[in-house]
Design a protein around this ligand. Structure first.
Ligand SMILES: Nc1ncnc2c1ncn2[C@@H]1O[C@H](COP(=O)(O)OP(=O)(O)O)[C@@H](O)[C@H]1O
Ligand SMILES: [Mg+2]
Length: 249
């Protein structure tokens, strides 16, 4: 077992955004989360890496690290939690005044206090891995959306997290650029990275995932294999969502 989430709940004011979420992610598994806008998907990912403090619930990791949100977390616990995972954002979130290479080197140098030369050679390798060997010196505005998102992925990998979190990584991209990002993600899946992916790319989710969750209104309405959730959904809400999304793409 890699990560077990039990009874996760989070409200903003009196808006209950996550209601009693249970989830298990095993090492090397790819878990996809689908669901309508506003269902709590981003908030859930942000809870996983400490960007958001849940009101209730607990996380258990396989190395014995446990956090219980009944108590407000100490700074040290938040830090440890945030270092477990790397996040890839819908809007890339690159530093605009740093080159692709500098963007990838930044975390290892600042967060992990690694030497510049080591950080540089690893960043170069990672950028080559995502197909950007000849773009390393370019700034975000000189790159296409697909290229920027691949820098975003290299940046997340640079911190060597145990868990990769993707929040709609292709939603901001022109259709013809989506494939190059999905291809990199597929490669990571075959390398046995543990990944949680929020996506509207249903076919991709079906191909890449070990497990699919459908969320609506702060609940996990249904979870199971891609075959179960995407091909033979049991719940009416899942059926309706899939019908809507497959008709518009
Ligand atoms: N920082 C915040 N403050 C207040 N409300 C928030 C905040 N972040 C998210 N919400 C609310 O939480 C709900 C779920 O949002 P979100 O997790 O972004 O859903 P999704 O990613 O599924 O579209 C929405 O109603 C949203 O307005
Ligand atoms: Mg979202």
């Amino acid at each position: 077992m890699y990560l077990s989430v039990k009874g996760l709940a989070k409200s903003f004011g009196n808006n209950e955004v996550l209601k009693n979420i249970d989830l298990e992610v095993n090492k090397g598994e790819v878990v996809s989360i689908i669901g309508p806008s506003g269902s709590g998907k981003t908030t859930m990912l942000r809870c996983f890496n400490g960007l958001e403090q849940p009101d209730k619930g607990n996380f258990q990791f396989d190395d014995g690290f446990t956090v219980d949100f009944a108590n407000r977390l100490r700074k040290q616990e938040i830090l440890r939690l945030s270092r477990k995972s790397g996040m890839v954002f819908q809007s890339y979130n690159l530093f605009p005044h740093k080159t692709a290479l500098q963007n990838v080197m930044e975390g290892p140098i600042i967060v992990q206090k690694r030497s510049k030369s080591e950080a540089r050679s690893e960043a170069e390798e990672l950028l080559a891995k995502v197909g950007l060997k000849d773009k390393m010196g370019l700034y975000p505005h000189q790159l296409s959306g697909g290229q920027q998102q691949r820098v975003g992925i290299a940046r997340a990998l640079a911190l060597k997290p145990e868990l990769l979190l993707f929040d709609e990584p292709t939603s901001a991209l022109d259709p013809e650029l989506i494939g190059e990002v999905l291809k990199v993600m597929k490669e990571l899946a075959t390398e046995n990275w543990t990944m949680i992916i929020v996506t509207h790319e249903i076919q991709f989710a079906g191909e890449i995932s070990d497990k699919v969750l459908f969320m609506d209104g702060g609940y996990v309405v249904e979870q199971g294999t891609p075959q179960e959730v995407l091909k033979n959904p049991k719940e009416e809400r899942t059926k309706q969502f899939l019908q809507r999304i497959l008709n518009t793409t």
